[in-house]
Write a protein that binds this ligand. Structure first.
Ligand code: ATP
Length: 254
């Protein structure tokens, strides 16, 4: 069943005249099923981040609609959308975006504080997420005292505290070495398999994308093609490489 549906999304940045404007997205329609694990790939400037920002309600399309769990984002007021995003969506960024003045545990708890959850519930949730992602020993440390991979697992834990319907991740392995990237992608696999969360990510990293169940390729603001994993991760990685070769553009991380 689709959890997210985008219909003919157009995004034009700047300038009212055609000359001064950038048509970043040019009629993107996309459907993501509940529990799906999807990567969006494409050359630099093809519109990936713009698409992710529109699908997650961070930015508004020039035209077209996005609905999540049947709720159309454009029909919500600013306050309703802010609440919807806080309760239904989780976000993971390339830069981790943790607060250095808070411990790992406090960072994980932050969204629950905003939801005024009880101290006992916050403690128990933070502990179970730390167990799931193997960061128990870091809970009382500060972000600058732990590795990049541990910081990103903290960010994934924080994104999950309010049991979101969808996790949106923009280049989640962009600042990690290959070993830490593998651990993060395995963490997303766990979320999808054990918590039935839907994960939608943007990446340049072919290795990261090969963990997903589906890859959607975009070029010049339009969906070019998509492929679904069959067989092993290695076979999927080879097929992704083949598609990227056809797509052209920048070189991709391996
Ligand atoms: N705020 C903005 N104002 C004007 N133009 C923008 C803005 N954000 C993005 N663009 C333009 O829209 C197009 C798509 O950008 P976007 O960042 O979505 O691409 P991307 O595929 O994520 O690129 P990259 O892989 O380099 O991060 C580009 O031409 C970009 O220059």
């Amino acid at each position: 069943m689709p959890i997210l549906e985008a219909n003919t999304i157009v995004k034009v940045y700047g300038g009212s005249s055609e000359e001064g404007a950038t048509r970043a997205l040019d009629g993107v329609s996309l459907s993501v099923n509940e529990g799906e694990f999807v990567a969006i790939m494409g050359p630099s400037g093809s519109g990936k981040t713009t698409l992710l920002n529109i699908l997650s309600g961070i930015d508004k399309p020039t035209s077209g609609t996005v609905s999540i769990r049947g709720t159309e984002l454009s029909e919500m007021t600013g306050d309703e959308l802010a609440l919807f995003r806080r309760r239904q969506l989780g976000f993971v960024f390339q830069e981790f975006n943790l607060l250095d003045s808070l411990t790992v545990k406090e960072n994980i708890m932050l969204p629950m504080v905003l939801e005024k959850k009880s101290a006992a519930e916050m403690e128990s949730k933070a502990k179970s997420l730390a167990d799931l992602f193997d960061i128990q020993s870091t809970l009382d440390k500060y972000p600058y005292q732990i590795s990049g991979g541990q910081q990103q697992r903290t960010a994934v834990s924080r994104a999950l505290t309010n049991d979101p319907a969808i996790i949106f991740a923009d280049e989640p392995t962009g600042n990690l070495d290959s070993k830490a990237s593998a651990v993060i992608m395995e963490s997303f696999e766990k979320i999808v398999a054990q918590l039935a969360t839907t994960v939608l990510l943007v990446t340049h990293d072919v290795f990261a994308a090969s963990y997903c169940q589906k890859v959607v390729f975009i070029k010049d603001g339009m969906i070019h093609s998509s492929i679904v994993k069959k067989g092993s991760r290695k076979e999927f990685l080879d097929r992704i490489m083949d598609h990227l070769a056809v797509l052209g553009g920048r070189s991709y991380d391996l």
